[in-house]
Design a protein around this ligand. Sequence first.
Ligand code: CP
Ligand code: NVA
Length: 302
Amino acid sequence: MKHFLSIEKSSADELEALVGAAAALKAARAAGDLSARPLADQCWGLMFSKSSTRTRVSFEVGIRELGGHAMFFSSRDLQLGRGEPIEDTARVMGRMIHGAIIRNDSQADLERFAECSGVPTINALTELEHPCQLVADLLTLREELGGWRDKKVAFVGDADCNMGRSWVWAAKHLGFELALAGPEGYCPPADYLDGVGAANVSVTDDPLAAAAGAQALYTDVWISMGREDEAASREAAFARYQINPELLSAAAPGAIVMHCLPAYRGKEITAEVLETHADTIFSQAENRLHAQKAVLASLAQF
Ligand code: CP
Ligand code: NVA
């Protein structure tokens, strides 16, 4: 059984194949060709315990475009939200649905579901990773910069969140330079990075140093879902870690700006920078659809 649970557990070949497939699906859709139906007559379940705009909509549309049927369940809808074990939920759902897409706060529960359900399972964001976002981001790098080979990406902000860690693994597998900039306590710890073992990944508390010469500046919210009670301390800690004109001027000429969204203007990015780079940022959001379809199609064969 094949799943898509993390960038960590994916290989360079798998990531490159997903990005290639996403680009092909995007081109076909633009040409009006929606004939690929690898999910024909299948039912896929989305189980989300956190909010979502992009991930939910792109999966629901993507499943339909690939010929399948999508069912959305919030944790309020499922007995899981009232304490039914994940293993029982998985064994029930696995006898009825063809695949599962899960957004929760527990990579361990996601992996347990994948083990027990017997159906392909996709990580739609956990506390550790957001791998589907990374596939869309890589497609965006390919479109905007021609790829990631010999490129430098600077991730500025909450470098130890699910997005920062997904970028670390992508850099490890694909070999591009990744500079993470965040305040003390909000960067991947040294023992984690030692375990990754990627000489092309660096960490600094200086956002200008990270941005220096980068072809892509990337940020995410300062306050991830579930961290709302830390808002005041995070806003104080992250005040210097903003994509603004000064940071852009340290980057390579013509650098692109990326944001997984949702964006908080005046926090991790200024309104001006966001609007100037809106074409890239909203293409990146659109690429979620093409990336999800590539992930779904790659698992539907199993
Ligand atoms: N980037 C992203 O995953 O957005 P949503 O939370 O809206 O799905
Ligand atoms: N780090 C963010 C990503 C949102 C898409 C969060 O977990 O809320």
